[in-house]
Write a protein that binds this ligand. Structure first.
Ligand code: MN
Length: 132
């Protein structure tokens, strides 16, 4: 765990992504910039992990096996403990209207795949500020 020099706990980011490589890349990138990533690969674990961690931000892949990111966003927004946590959707373009549906579900940022490092970090900083 990374502790900023002033003693505050690093901002925690729940990273939901089923793809091994993307999950590793997102988590490494966030850790390298002073955030504390919490990886979740199985969408079915998201609500329990979010309740346990109460992250500062949730990075949500939309295309997941078992449960869609859109359903998870709706569940998070409907949960009293989690509703106020910013959500950044990360998704490949799928069908016309998908981005609007995802935005209407209550995400705070929408980052299309393929994700560039610059765009990813700008979106994170835009939502929760720099790490330290
Ligand atoms: Mn996926």
């Amino acid at each position: 765990m990374i502790e900023p020099e002033d003693g505050r706990v690093a901002k925690t980011i729940l990273v939901v992504e089923d793809n091994d490589l993307n999950l590793r890349l997102f988590c490494d990138l966030l850790a390298a910039h002073g955030y504390r990533p919490e990886a979740v690969q199985d969408g079915r674990d998201v609500l329990a992990r979010a309740q346990a961690v109460l992250p500062d931000l949730i990075v949500m892949d939309i295309q997941l096996p078992h449960v869609s990111g859109l359903e998870l966003i709706e569940a998070i927004r409907g949960d009293a403990d989690l509703a106020a946590i910013p959500i950044m959707a990360v998704t490949a373009y799928a069908a016309k209207g998908d981005e609007e549906r995802i935005r209407l579900a209550g995400v705070d940022a929408y980052v299309p795949k393929p994700v560039t490092v610059t765009r990813f970090l700008e979106a994170v900083r835009g939502l929760i500020g720099a790490a330290g």
